[in-house]
Design a protein around this ligand. Structure first.
Ligand code: SF4
Length: 136
């Protein structure tokens, strides 16, 4: 069974601040050929580094006030194409992110507070019957 994973969990430095969120268990899945890392934010054309962004209503807005909803939607669709092509039925994604979070995401105030909700990529996966497991 193939699994999709957030690339930052596999040690790829694709976060907005050029950091990763490496988890050895996720890297091991990739090494064994059982998991495929994707970063939907980069697939949507966003640069690294980039300003942090959070969900505000139905839009994704950066801390500088730019609307990156289109890039988020595009990146989620491109990452979903990879998920479909690989036949993945499960995804292990980074928690809290406006793209990869599941169940809880940052509340849009850039204060570290959480609210109920899914990231943009997570929502696309769930709508297509792919099970999303939040790694944290
Ligand atoms: Fe990690 Fe997902 Fe954010 Fe990319 S979009 S940096 S994979 S949490």
């Amino acid at each position: 069974m193939k699994v999709i994973v957030s690339a930052c969990l596999a040690g790829i430095h694709c976060r907005y601040d050029c950091a990763s969120q490496e988890r050895e268990s996720i890297k091991e899945l990739v090494r064994k050929g059982e998991a495929i890392p994707v970063c939907p934010e980069q697939l949507g054309g966003l640069p690294t580094p980039r300003p942090p962004a959070e969900k505000q209503g139905d839009r994704i807005i950066t801390k500088c006030g730019s609307d990156v909803t289109q890039q988020y939607n595009q990146g989620a669709l491109e990452a979903f194409k990879i998920s479909e092509l690989s036949g993945a039925t499960v995804a292990y994604l980074k928690s809290r992110s406006p793209m990869c979070g599941s169940g809880f995401i940052y509340d849009g105030s850039f204060s570290g507070k959480l609210t109920d909700g899914d990231g943009v990529f997570t929502r696309v996966l769930k709508n297509n019957n792919i099970t999303v497991i939040s790694v944290d």
